[in-house]
Design a binder for this molecule. Structure first.
Ligand SMILES: Cc1ncc(COP(=O)(O)O)c(C=O)c1O
Length: 382
């Protein structure tokens, strides 16, 4: 066997999502751990993909994406946030939110640059920053409110800060950022060259009449931001791995320098199908109500248990505090829940570098009614 050089990601193992899914499969448990729907996408969308494949649109797409899709994306953003992105020069179609995030970080973060993230944090930010020699500075949001203390964030900023990554709505905490958060962010980045990577993959899953506020609403933030979105989350097709990055022309030009060698271009027939489907804005504007019904069904079903349900303002994840049930660590509790009670979840500590354990687990409610019913049944027996 050859001697390998030191691993570039020595602390990275199999993701908690894969681990919990494997445990769920081994124990025939209901899998509410990984964030994917277990129901079919809209047949209309499937028909479009079928149509474009059979019509022969099976070769490389242009590097930045199919213009028909980029135009629909631009319309959607302008209509929702009154912000204009030029389809040709400011929107790039990517292989999911993950590739958009990877490419954005690869394009701008250099050795010893500092990147601020907010924990609990989605798992790909930190390893990607480290891969390019960056240094992660973290602000820990805490249960039960997961509020951001912006003064503490301000203290993390140095002259080496290159990027701030926000995730709004936040996976796993289900929190959304408010006007006040954005005002603070504006004041922090003003007169600096700090870039913002805004992961908004759950932008259309926001509840109780709240509005998702996008980074692009504020011109002073838009000019320095890379906005990332995912069609997987928007249209319940996570396996299609399609998303996009919207950013001003100068940022997009740098982004595409990496994008062209990272993936070059993205699935042609799927882009065309998405473009066709997006022509009807009801397909994404009705999502809030669709998922709110699922959230409410889960919350109602668990209301008689000793789980404390934390606020869920958006995303398709419900956070449960279980300290009235057990004092086990969240990892042990999630394992036991899977093995004994046949419901797989994700422990919140896995979203923190220091494995902060606040006795909170995450359930995904993007599931069929019968899946949720079975899970509720099992959880009510605890
Ligand atoms: C917060 C967040 N960002 C990005 C992604 C990745 O999106 P995609 O599946 O389109 O790569 C996910 C997927 O779960 C996510 O939860």
């Amino acid at each position: 066997m050859i001697q390998l050089p030191l691993s570039k990601l020595s602390n990275v193992g199999t993701s908690i999502f894969s681990q919990m899914t494997q445990l769920a499969n081994e124990n025939e448990a209901i899998n509410l751990s990984q964030g994917f729907p277990d129901f079919m996408p809209d047949p209309e969308l499937l028909n479009y993909s079928d149509h474009f494949i059979k019509k022969g649109f099976n070769q490389y797409a242009p590097m930045g994406g199919m213009i028909s899709l980029k135009e629909e994306i631009a319309k959607k953003i302008e209509c929702a946030h009154q912000a204009v992105y030029h389809p040709d020069t400011e929107i790039t179609v990517t292989a999911g939110g993950t590739q958009a995030i990877f490419t954005a970080i690869a394009s701008f973060v250099k050795r010893d640059d500092e990147v601020i993230i907010f924990e609990p944090a989605y798992d790909c930010y930190e390893p990607t920053v480290e891969l390019f020699g960056g240094i992660v500075k973290r602000f820990e949001m805490k249960a039960p409110d997961y509020e951001i203390d912006w003064n503490s964030v301000r203290n993390l900023v140095t002259d080496k800060t290159r990027m701030i990554i926000i995730n709004n709505p936040n996976n796993p905490a289900g929190k959304i950022l408010k006007e006040n958060d954005f005002r603070e962010l504006v004041s922090i980045v003003k007169d600096t060259s700090i870039l913002i990577l805004s992961d908004e993959v759950y932008e259309n899953i926001v509840f109780d009449g709240r509005q998702h506020i996008s980074i692009c609403k504020y011109p002073e933030l838009k000019e320095r931001s890379l906005l990332v979105a995912s069609f997987g989350k928007l249209f319940q097709v996570t396996g299609w791995k399609t998303g996009y990055c919207a950013a001003p022309e100068n940022l997009t030009a740098e982004f595409r320098k990496v994008h062209q060698f990272n993936v070059f271009s993205v699935n042609t027939p799927i882009q065309l199908a998405l473009a066709e489907y997006m022509k009807n804005p009801d397909h994404y504007n009705n999502l809030n109500a669709f998922f709110q019904e699922k959230r409410d069904f889960l919350r109602q079903g668990l209301s008689s248990t000793s789980f404390e349900m934390l606020d869920c303002e958006g995303t398709y994840f419900q956070a449960l505090k279980y300290d009235k049930i057990s004092d086990q660590s969240d990892i042990d509790f999630a394992r036991e829940l899977t093995i004994t009670h046949k419901v797989a979840s994700v422990p919140f500590s896995s979203f923190y570098k220091n494995k902060r354990n606040e006795h909170v687990i995450r359930l995904c409610f993007a599931k069929k009614q019968e899946t949720l019913e079975k899970a509720i049944d099992n959880l009510c027996k605890i």
